[in-house]
Design a protein around this ligand. Structure first.
Ligand code: SF4
Ligand code: SF4
Length: 200
């Protein structure tokens, strides 16, 4: 049964004398090689040399903290649902009293993992996140000889409190304008929420 229209008829024509010598084909190939000797080389000596990256390059993810250092992720699972590679898994937990400085919402991600071998760096997790908790950054995922190190947990994903990861290049003027809209509460920090309820 014919499955596609892409079949090609194979020619059985007999080779001419010059074709049987293979010399013209060899010389043609050498000429092509020689031509490329004088062209500028597309390869670079990485890691000594590095190419300039696009400001919105999609590399290793970061799980952001808010201005007061609390983790923004609320383990809603939207990123995992949006991920076409099924690379994200997480387990949620309930925030306890006194942990407001650690987690911004009542629910947080107890574990959060991204399988970097599955990830295709499409950025859909970032787009799906309603809490501005996950961003892709211009950092490269490290290479390794084993598979296990490519499962990135919270230890590698959550930004260190004293070493914030700059994602401002991904915050386009349109996004920043959108965030100023009245009624959008997702940028209110946990501690400021707590203060406003205490003062009320
Ligand atoms: S960048 Fe794309 S593939 Fe990678 S974790 Fe996010 S949604 Fe999944
Ligand atoms: S990173 Fe964002 S979308 Fe993913 S679970 Fe956390 S809050 Fe939800």
């Amino acid at each position: 049964m014919q499955l596609t229209q892409r079949r090609k008829m194979v020619s059985n024509k007999t080779l001419s004398f010059s074709e049987r010598l293979y010399l013209p084909a060899i010389l043609g190939g050498m000429f092509t090689t020689f031509k490329h000797l004088f062209k500028s080389k597309p390869t670079i000596k990485y890691p000594e040399q590095k190419r300039p990256m696009a400001p919105v390059y999609r590399g290793q993810h970061v799980l952001k903290r808010d201005d007061e250092g609390a983790e923004r992720c609320t383990a809603c699972g939207m990123c995992a649902v949006a991920c076409p590679a099924e690379a994200i898994t997480m387990e949620s937990a309930e925030r306890k009293k006194g942990e407001e400085h650690l987690y911004r919402e009542e629910k947080y991600a107890q574990t959060y993992e991204i399988n970097m071998l599955r990830c295709i760096f499409c950025g859909l997790c970032e787009e799906a996140c309603p809490k501005e908790a996950i961003f892709l950054t211009d950092r490269l995922v490290s290479t390794d000889f084993d598979r296990n190190p490519f499962i990135y947990g919270k230890d590698k994903l959550v930004e260190p409190i004293d070493e914030r990861v700059d994602v401002s290049k991904r915050q386009t003027p349109e996004v920043l304008e959108f965030k100023k809209r009245p009624g959008l509460k997702h940028n209110t920090t946990a501690l400021s929420k707590l203060h406003s309820t205490t003062n009320a």
